[in-house]
Design a protein around this ligand. Sequence first.
Ligand code: MSP
Length: 722
Amino acid sequence: MNSHAANDLQFTIYDSRLSMTSFYVTTPIYYANSLPHLGHLYTMIVVDTVARSKRQRGIDTLFLTGTDEHGINIERAAERNKRTPKEQADYVVSYFKKMTAEFGLDTEHGGFDIFMRTTEPFHYEGVSELWRRIASSKTPKGNDPIYKGHYEGWFCAPCAEYKTEDEYQKPTVEGAPPTCLVHETPLDRVSEDGYFFRLSDYDEELLRLYETRPDFVRPESRRNEVISFVRGGLQDLSVSRLKSSVSWGVPVPGDPEHTMYVWFEALTNYATAIGFGNEQQDRQFGFEKYWPAQHFVGKDILRFHAVYWPAFLLAAGVEVPRGVFAHGMWLDPTGRKMSKTLGNTIELDVLNRHFSIDAVRYFCLREMVFGQDGRFGYESLIDRVNSDLASGLGNLLSRTLAMVTKYCDGRIPTGQIPEEKILLAKRTGVDTDETTIAGFIELARDQFLQQLDNFAFSRALEIAWSIVARMDKMITDAKPWELAKDENQKQTLDTVLYRAAESLRWLSVMLYPVMPQTTTQMWTHLGLHGSPADVNPLQLKWGGLEAGSQITEVKALFPRIEKAKLLGEIGSPAPEMTRATEADAVPGRFSDQTKPAPPMTHATEADAVGVTNFIEIGDFAKVDLRVGQVLTAERVPKSDKLLLLQIDLGEDKPRQILAGIAEYYAPEKMLGRKVVIVANLKPRKLRGYESQGMVVAASYGEEGKPVIATFDEDVPNGARLK
Ligand code: MSP
């Protein structure tokens, strides 16, 4: 099954399934050593939204979430808490179940279909089957995919990952272990015999996969990162531990003195949950029916999902996933990593107590540009609730329905202006051509769905809110309260109110996956039966709202929040909030990019510029600063300082630019990054390479450490800074 032909087949099977009738979507399964936090809630909200949107379009959808319950880290957490590992897992699972219920993400509320636990016996069976299949096959280069060897190196328990030299901090004290760059905790020395997976034989297959399926890893910047990692050369992967050192795991088939590497086993959950290697599970869900899965993961665990996991599947002759989407991390409002020690975490209890579920969902999806890091603060959450939800969507609904009550006896009016009233209506400035608004809303719906299908939630919501803005403007321009004074304009008034109400019907359907509860309320307020969950947004037709139907009582969808008051309350936490301290057990993992920004220790050169050195705006305009995106990055041979970058400035071809940042930025850290370029700097040669511009960076400290200037929001390549 490992021949090229077989793999071609696997790729094409997927392509022919693009007209999808079933869809399987997953969150990562969460470590059972720490209590749920915002990061977990976020991945669930994202996947829940995707699942609801697919279901709404009639696609048979399965949504999996769950817990990752094996490994040394769980064993240690259990020991610390004086529990058995299984008790530890059960304890954490109870909190996850509570969280999902409170935030409307469980099966009962239309959320996940499967809560997977890797301690389930069927999982043991399925993983063992995958191992056996891999072990009995051959790599594309004709070798045994699993072989026995000796592992000598460093292991980070919280990451569940072996670390190479450039992935750890060397000790300052001789004899001490190195520390993990992510967790800043000491690494474990591992020196044991064990099993290896011959990952190095799968590089070409993987590169072919990324090449033939550009959507396999998204977003694009992460795809580039993955490709460059694989191109950089793959090392074989140690996939087992001696049972004597890690006993809490799945035994290696035929060699119970070894347990499987936790990532090998955890990744396989996506397949075993729906029946891979176990008939009963297969009968309940159907592996053939639902596989392959679309995975959503944080960028910190992308490598496992986009490199190791497809390699295991290729080795076993099983179809690779539909795709892997990597999202960014939530940081605090100032851009620092969240941690209990810094006291800048977002407590789920607080969110739950003070904000509606839909407000939290909306904020998460609107605020984080998908794929990039986002900042989460109570203040910006309140601001968004007040502006977009209370004054925006909520106000549009309440003012429309209040006017329907006042001017139309609470019944949806008719939306047509009779022929003989058209001239009269035109006098008021109201557009008498109904197709204008119908065309606008159809286009907005199509664009919204396109963005949603690309998982660009923030952009999709912006588009939806353009409908809110248009309706607000229509009402403000038409001044229904003035029209109401003139009996002859009754039909014009009715038409304006009908259009507002009909747009709200469309919005309830479109926004259902993002805000299930609120849109269902909107639906009822509009006097509609059933649920927006059951209306396929693609089948919406302008004019579907029936004239004459009775609207119901109008309640504020999103009451305005008194910001200062609520911030004050949140500042003094209620006693029950303090209970989630176990979450401290393991700090969250972040890639280097999300490390806290170092404080400025030194005044920069620019600070020294005195007032007499002001420049004219024309002087500044001479500097052509442009937005660029790093396409490739590599070290310049024999130079410690220089990176050779190819940067897309939106021009015909990329620019080659040398940057003196190699001591602080590894090449892979640069891939896909948006940077600021001085685009009209005279080209010059360095180490035999022509540099066609300069990357802008802050410089601080005695060594002039560079920190590259970048953007929080999406911005096209080539955009000018002025
Ligand atoms: N158990 C592994 C996953 C195995 S999947 C086969 C694991 N678990 S985790 O609990 O540590 O993390 C789960 C997810 O939460 C990851 O996708 C991670 O990116 C995400 N988040 C953790 N902190 C986060 C933020 N601050 N912001 C956004 N997501 C974050 O990794």
